[in-house]
Design a protein around this ligand. Structure first.
Ligand code: NCD
Ligand code: ZN
Length: 427
């Protein structure tokens, strides 16, 4: 679903590498600007960066089942506002996306209602139960063409099930995206980074090792099977070290970090505001530093939003009872610009790699995360690198209001988003 689909000339934009260019879009594809007819619709992009559209590997769209929290339409509208032209819809819906039929249903919803491309994530196990493998092969062969499999929200904690899943998806070049949370070290009640804060606040602790022990096991299973592992929402220094070790060994592992684990820290939960309750929990400064460093040096390949909308009635509870998760799509780019680019830790080409090219490659998405050259699909985002503003969570395109950036002064970079040649968002 796009608001326009004809021809469009974008003049005077700069690419990530600093070169200045005009971009001409015709029939959804980048064409030679010299061939643009006089009188074609124009966007003056003086002072604006043109980047490949962002790609998210970790989006909760909540449809089917929790349309009160988010729908494919509202979630992808939030994605378009955030500069995304492709999102991966996580499988922890109701019903769970664990069959070819369910995957094709979500695929059809994306084609009907999406303001960006919707790629379907299939569950690893039936009903996210952790015991029996879901219809991995049938989902891969379905019209949804599933390549990313995840029980996200739950950890595939049985080592043999994880081994079998890795072995199985290898046959069709799939990837298992793991929510790394040891269910014994961080049980269902764990909700605060285990630290002086969890002790003082009286909240059940979630030690960083509950994440890294699973990452350490899984990279070894990826080595054993020769298959692809993707580590969701890396939040700890120990996990970064394990992934760095695994990559040095040649293990096929990729990793993502969320915008919130780059910016937000444990003390934010001090007044029990459930907006800041998330899995894995917000960590302390030394962990934030480690994930920033990992993202800068490529140990962490990508940024995944873990956009996790929740209805108010699921957040209006005591901290240990409220559902975990926070919004992410609309401010992800702003956070990465603030934390990584404006601090000199990362340049624009690297940001494009982490937020567009790498996630597209990991998800085996065709026509996304591509350089902006003639012949490529016109999936792009126009970015004003200097604009800033105070985030107004009430202005969100999401149905949910659990926005952890509400009231924060952040970059406000997205000027326009273009998907398949159509403008899906314009400020
Ligand atoms: C996610 C959700 O709400 O679905 N919640 C969260 O705290 N991150 C699940 C997940 O990504 O683990
Ligand atoms: Zn998760």
């Amino acid at each position: 679903m796009t608001t326009s689909s004809g021809s469009l000339l974008i003049t005077g934009a700069r690419l990530a590498d600093g070169t200045s260019t005009d971009l001409y879009i015709s029939d959804g594809v980048l064409a030679d600007p010299a061939s643009a007819p006089a009188g074609v619709e124009r966007i003056d992009a003086d002072g604006v960066l043109a980047l490949p559209g962002l790609v998210d590997l970790h989006t909760h769209l909540r449809q089917p089942g929790r349309e009160d929290a988010e729908t494919v339409a509202s979630g992808t509208a939030a994605a378009a506002r955030g500069g995304y032209t492709c999102v991966h819809a996580m499988a922890n819906t109701d019903p769970v996306t664990d069959t070819a039929e369910a995957a094709e249903y979500v695929q059809a919803l994306g084609e009907r209602d999406g303001h960006c491309q919707v790629r379907v994530v299939g569950a690893v196990t039936r009903g996210l139960g952790g015991a029996e493998l879901a219809e991995l092969g049938l989902m891969a062969a379905s019209s949804a063409g599933v390549r990313v499999f995840s029980d996200d929200g739950r950890c595939v904690d049985d080592s043999l099930v994880m081994r079998r899943a890795l072995t199985y998806v290898k046959s069709f070049d799939g990837v298992v995206a793991q929510h790394s949370q040891d269910p014994r070290l961080a049980g269902p009640g764990a909700c605060c980074h285990e630290s002086e804060y969890s002790g003082r606040l009286g909240l059940p602790g979630w030690p960083s090792q509950a994440e890294s022990v699973i990452v350490a096991r899984d990279v070894q299973l990826a080595e054993l099977t020769g298959s692809r592992l993707h580590v969701c929402h890396v939040s700890t220094a120990e996990s970064v070290d394990v992934v760095r070790w695994a990559k040095a060994r040649g293990i096929r592992v990729t990793a993502e970090v969320t915008p919130h684990h780059l910016l937000l820290d444990t003390p934010l939960v001090s007044d029990y505001d459930t907006t800041f309750k998330v899995n894995p929990p917000l960590r302390t400064a030394e962990h934030l530093e480690a994930v920033r460093e990992g993202l800068a040096d490529g140990t962490i390949d990508s940024v995944g939003t873990d956009h996790a909308p929740h209805a108010r009635q699921d957040k209006d509870h005591p901290f240990d009872v409220a559902l975990p998760g926070m919004l992410g799509l609309e401010q992800a780019l702003a956070v990465v610009v603030d934390v990584m680019v404006n601090t000199g830790r990362m340049d624009w080409p690297t940001l494009v790699e982490r937020m567009s090219a790498a996630p597209a490659r990991i998800g085996r998405v065709v026509g996304q995360g591509r350089p902006l050259v003639v012949g490529e699909p016109a999936n792009l985002v126009l970015v004003d690198p200097s604009a800033r503003g105070v985030v107004d969570g009430a202005a969100s395109a999401s149905r949910a209001r659990n926005n952890p950036y509400h009231g924060r002064d952040l970059p406000d970079p997205v000027v326009a988003t273009i998907w398949k040649g159509g403008v899906t968002y314009r400020r």
